[in-house]
Design a protein around this ligand. Sequence first.
Ligand SMILES: [Zn+2]
Length: 465
Amino acid sequence: MKRFCLHKYVQVLFHISLGILVCQCSLNSNSMQKSLKSDADQIKVIDTHEHQHWPEEFGDVHMGFYHVIYTGYLMHDLVSAGSSWMDIEILDSLCMDAKWELFGKSLNYCRAGSYYGHFIKGFQKLYDFDDLYFTPSNIPALSRQIEKNYSDYRSWFDTAFHKAGFELMFLDQYWRPFNTDLDPRYFALVFHINPLVMQISQRPAAGEEPPSLYDQAKAAGFVIKSLDDYLKFCEHLFEKNIAAKTVCVKNSLAYSRTLYFEDVPYAEANRLFQKDSNHLSQQEAKKLQDFMFHWIIQKSIHNDLPIQIHTGYLAGNGNTLENGKPVRLNNLFLKYHDVKFVLFHGGYPWTGEYAALGKMFPNVYLDLVWLPQISRQEAVQTLEEILDGVPYNKLFWGGDCSLIEESTGSLEFGKDIVSEVLSRRISRGLLTEDVAIDILQRIFRENAIEVFKLEEKLGRKFKVE
Ligand SMILES: [Zn+2]
């Protein structure tokens, strides 16, 4: 009996000690996470991917809370939860109660999600909004503040941009891909090449409405009758973008087609280009597009431009997920060693093959952009996996948003996740604090400056603060 009691006593003592130890570890990890987050807050962030719009680009609307939701990723989750899409202008004609009636139920179903989580963080950072959720009682005041800020958006953008901690955003203007005019105080130009690839197989027949690239060519005095004419105009677009200090090329073709780009010889592309585009089979159209992306890679090598590529999950509420499988790009990595490929979004849900490609190829870089907003948990796991396998001079972060509130929330969310992963690794004895701080600085700033050669390309200093 006595021996049993002693045994029991030792057992209880053991469990109490273990509990204290676990508690202590998690406390240490939490305070380390906070400390790393405040280190991250000191970094002037180079954000490698944004789609920042000026509000007037959404039409003649009075931007309020629901308009900001409408332009962001959270709207896709609202639709997924059962809400319907509507014209953004209709929002202006509805009162607050009517808007809550339309979206409130879905909004509440999204409260656990990462789209909701990063979106609310932008308001917590920029608007002194302390609540955990959006509710019918806190939305009206928030919306009035938004309306006030958006009455002079240029000035609001400047304030918010600096308060959030940004120094520079790479701007991919997919909605106006031929525009090279932007404000260099905030943005570096990204050359969005989707129209060059897709429209090679959309040559207009006589009397047909020309797609945008042919319109642009006509306005610039180019006549496109042959493949050589088409390439000559694309060469002109490269020159125009380089003159505007473009820092990289961007391919988001997974939204329209597979990421497998076959190596098609010039003679075959030339023959296919001569055919009436309306009579090209799907396979023939794909071959022309494939040829074009290889041509673009060669031009990017010649002009020393890294190529950013969308991989994995596709925004919106309906597309072909398989198109974005990162491993479909493997043949390009084997063929082209002299260009930097930057893969986006963790290749979610194929995060393992994404990390493996970054590990295997010296010229394949990984941008965590948007992954934290898609799934916080997946971002944590993927970053753990990446840090195990991929040198950290190959990693970047981007926001991928349309308005400054959401980009700010994305940055807060991204910093939280990276700090969480690094603090856990410190508590497990896998990392020291100084290396963790180096990783933060590399991901949120230094790698972008180095890999995209920003000082040389933009003619401005980044190193000295
Ligand atoms: Zn994007």
